[in-house]
Design a protein. Structure first.
Length: 443
């Protein structure tokens, strides 16, 4: 028995229109992409990488610009254009676990799983930080212990036992990386082909004037520059049709702490800036950072820990003190005649009268008779990086100390810049913190 076939009308559902879901690209993506592209030994086939409109974070933006400007990769990516129009570059992004190239030691030690692509990219970025900050880091794994240093002709980790190049653990593996912080008084110069590439980026537009400003600011964080090359950059910018947001003052402010030939800063200021612009730069970056002289930082310092540029200067001075103490002690053992230890504690330290003061609120009495009053708590300390590293990042307090270096500054040093600082304070346009009463502020 055969039944007639049942011709049923097919059931059709209404088309389901969904809104496309776009995933935002973050600093995590940038670190992984830069690491993957940097591994290529052949010519890069990409011509455009458009990252516009994404929250890349400072770490992400810097790692992409390093890919274009680093002397080791610049030729491989000479035809690559990276667009970062309308991106945001917050300093500490959750996607990168708060990693920031300026202070990579904050998250040290790093416990990395090299079977994870992001952890591999982060290790690669730490290698670059070692090079740019002229420092070192130690890597511990099941294969042994290795150390990488910023040395001429050495761009790989070396096994401490064998003296040979350290190899990644097979099938990934876990490693612990201990990063040794640096005051970053040395590093990669923005010159030659790297400077030409930056100028090319600015001439191509990089979107709005604000986008160009972001490029300048991020590049300045990873490169040092001479006044001659900075003059070339400024003169070139003047030939490009840009808005006032990328003015000479703004560019100089970005690169001011990165100028290596401090003895030429005064002439450079006279040529490019008005007196008012000098005052404004000193106010914006802080009079201490404006007048900081790495080769001769002698003077009385009073640095508020919760102020970002004070914190950076405190770390620089503490590490500089550690470095000079070791050097002075060594030179005293080999020099003829032997130098005398003139430090306050007999430890070759350049710092004297070190104190850490905090304003705390003390309550006396009970009930209705209770009274609260602000009291300054002062502790004697020994200035060192280990001490500052133990202070919580969000702590309130003031480090006070005298710094005395016996190194003779070069001729034609920054006496003129110090005189500008004195002029700023004399005219009342800005007072340095040590002339103001300490008032604790919220972080």
């Amino acid at each position: 028995h055969r039944t007639a076939p049942h011709h049923a009308t097919p059931h059709r559902t209404a088309p389901h229109h969904t809104t496309p879901h776009f995933v935002q690209l973050t600093g995590r993506f940038c670190l992984m992409t830069s690491w993957a592209m940097g591994k290529r030994e052949t010519h890069n086939p990409l011509s455009v990488l458009d990252l516009s409109g994404n929250p890349l974070g400072e770490a992400g933006g810097r790692t992409m610009l390093r890919l274009l400007l680093d002397h080791k990769t610049i030729h491989a990516f000479e035809n690559l254009q990276i667009h970062m129009f309308g991106c945001t570059f917050e300093p500490y992004q959750k996607s990168t676990n708060g990693f920031n190239q300026t202070v990579p030691h904050l998250n040290s030690p790093y416990n990395l799983n090299l079977s994870n692509e992001f952890d591999q990219a982060l290790l690669h970025e730490l290698f670059l930080c070692v090079y740019h900050q002229a420092t070192e880091m130690t890597i511990k794994s099941s294969n042994g212990k290795a150390k990488i240093k910023c040395m001429e002709g050495l761009d790989c980790a070396v096994d401490e036992k064998t003296g040979e190049e350290w190899e990644y653990p097979e099938s990934g593996g876990k490693v612990q990386v201990v990063y040794v912080p640096s005051p970053c008084l040395e590093g990669d110069l923005l010159e030659g082909s790297e400077l030409d590439r930056l100028i090319e980026l600015l001439e191509l537009g990089q979107g709005s004037p604000m986008d160009r400003l972001n490029v300048c600011t991020l590049v300045a964080k990873d490169h040092f520059i001479t006044t001659t090359d900075l003059q070339t950059l400024i003169d070139t910018i003047h030939t490009v049709d840009v808005a006032e947001v990328l003015s000479t003052k703004v560019v100089v402010r970005s690169f001011w702490p990165r100028i290596v030939d401090s003895e030429n800063k005064h002439k450079f200021m006279q040529r490019n800036l008005t007196t008012q612009q000098v005052f404004e730069i000193a106010h914006e970056i802080g009079v201490e950072e404006f007048g900081f002289i790495p080769f001769n930082p002698s003077g009385h310092w009073q640095l508020e820990w919760h102020i970002p540029h004070h914190k950076v200067l405190a770390i620089k001075l503490a590490m500089l003190n550690d470095k000079l103490s070791i050097e002075r002690k060594y030179l005293a053992s080999v020099a003829v005649p032997k130098a005398k230890d003139t430090s306050q504690r007999g430890d070759w330290s350049c710092a004297r009268n070190e104190q850490f003061s905090q304003v705390i609120v003390e309550t006396t009495g009970k009930g209705k008779k209770a009274k609260s009053a602000k009291v300054e708590k002062v502790q004697d300390i020994k200035l060192s990086f280990d001490l500052l590293h133990s202070v919580p990042w969000d702590e309130n307090g003031v480090f006070k100390f005298d710094f005395l270096t016996l190194v003779r500054p070069p001729a034609n040093s920054m006496v003129q810049v110090r005189s500008v600082i004195m002029m700023i304070t004399t005219h009342g346009l800005m007072q340095p913190p040590h002339l103001l009463p300490y008032v604790p502020r919220a972080v």
